[in-house]
Every structure is written in structure tokens, then in C-alpha cells.
Design a protein around this ligand. Structure first.
Ligand SMILES: [Zn+2]
Length: 78
């Protein structure tokens, strides 16, 4: 009888550890996603003054990546 109870306790402990590991992994994945989203550089459009993610902007002078940037998706007019 004692062995049977020990077996039940071991199953419960194993289940509890698995649950903790799964929860920890899920939290780690969501933390990575939010870090990646917030790590993108924000630049200011030279023409309209809107702040946009660098991936949604383009350099006016394509040879110089550090030059002024404008909106890529909604082209600005001078
Ligand atoms: Zn713009």
C-alpha cells in the first residue's frame, strides 16, 4: 500500500514539474517576441515628421544608409 501511495505522489510531482517547465517555456517565448518588437530603431520621416520603424522607411540617398529617411509605404511629397 505504501508503494502505491509513493507511486501516486511521484506521478503528481512529475506532472507538476512538467507543468512548470511548459509555463516557463511559454513565458520565455513571449518575452523574446516582445523584445524583438521593441528593439527596432524608430526614425523620423524628413518630409512629414512622422516617427516610423526603420523597416518601414527608406533612405533618401540610397547609397548612404545614415541619410535622412522617408516613409516607404505612404510616399511623402515635398
Ligand atoms: Zn513621411
Amino acid at each position: 500500500m505504501a508503494r502505491f501511495l509513493l507511486f501516486i505522489v511521484l506521478i503528481y510531482v512529475f506532472y507538476w514539474i512538467c507543468k512548470r517547465v511548459v509555463t516557463h517555456l511559454a513565458q520565455g517565448a513571449s518575452d523574446k517576441k516582445s523584445k524583438r518588437a521593441s528593439a527596432e530603431k524608430i526614425v523620423k520621416c524628413t518630409y512629414c515628421g512622422t516617427y516610423i520603424p526603420e523597416s518601414e522607411s527608406k533612405a533618401i540617398n540610397s547609397e548612404d544608409e545614415n541619410s535622412d529617411r522617408i516613409c516607404k509605404n505612404q510616399p511623402c511629397k515635398k
